[in-house]
Design a protein around this ligand. Sequence first.
Ligand code: SAM
Length: 277
Amino acid sequence: MTQGLPAFEYKISLGQNFLFDQDLLNRLVDSAMVGPEDTVLEIGAGRGDLTQALALRCRQVVTLEIDHRLSPVLEARFEHQDKVRLVMADVMQTDLGQLMAPYGAYHVVANLPYYLTTPILHRLFTMRAPVQSVNVMVQAEVAQRLTAHPGTPEYGPLTVLAAYRGIPHRAIEVPAGMFTPPPKVDSAFMTIPYHRHMSLAPQDEEIFFALIHVAFVMRRKTLANNLMRAFSMQRAQAVSCLQAAGLPEQIRGERLDVHDFVALSDVLTDWNDCQKK
Ligand code: SAM
C-alpha cells in the first residue's frame, strides 16, 4: 500500500522514489540489524519515514537531504526528537568523516537516490571510517553487481570493493510498485555487514583501489596490458608481478577475486617501493 505526499512534486532527477509502507520500512530496519546502541547515517531523508522507523530503534540517526523543499516537513517532524539530526546538504559535497566524527562507529542505512547509487557506494567502500555495515536499497541490476561472481558480466569494481568491506546479502526484494512514484525497475535491499577483523589487509590501500580500477578499465584486455599502461611497466615486469601473486600471465582483471586483488596489490606495492629507491 502506498500513499503520496500532498501537493509535492517528486523530482525524478533527484531519485525521489519514496517508501511509505510501514511494514516494509520495519522489515528494512530489521534486516539492517541496528539496535538501541547504534548510530545510523541515512542518505536521502525524503519525507522522513525511514528516518522515523530508524529513530524508533536506534540511539542516533544523522540524515542528509539535498532538497530544501522538504525542510519544513522534516523540521516539523523531527524538531522535538534529539535522536534525529537533520542535515540539509548534498551527500557528495559533505565531508562524512567530519560529520560523523562525534558519533564513533556507525551503520549506513538508505533508500538511495538511484542516479547516485554507484558514486555513493564507491565512496562508502573506499573511505576510511568506522562503518559497521552498509544497508541500502538499490536497483535490481546493482544488487546483481554486488553479488556477482568473477568472470561474469556483472562482476566489476563495486563487487570487489563490497567483498573487501563485508559480506553482501540480497535481503529483501522490493517491487517497483512499493515506491511513490514507482521507479522503472524493481529493487532489492542489500545488507553488507562489514568484516569485523580485517582478514583482507592490503599493504597500501591506495594501490589496492587503483588496481581494482585499472583491472576493469579495459575489460577485454589482459591484466598484464592494463598494468603496463597504468604502472608504466615493461611487459616482462607486469608478467613477473602477476606470477609473484600466483596469477597466470594471460589472465583478465575480471577473473580475480578479492584475495587475488590483495595479493597482486601487495606485489605492486613492493615493486613501487623498489622503483623509488
Ligand atoms: N528516505 C526516503 C524514503 O525512503 O522514502 C527517500 C528516499 S528517495 C529514494 C532518495 C532521497 O535522496 C530523496 O529524498 C532525494 O531528494 C535525496 N537526494 C537525492 N540526491 C541527494 C544528494 N546528493 N544528497 C542528499 N540527498 C539526496
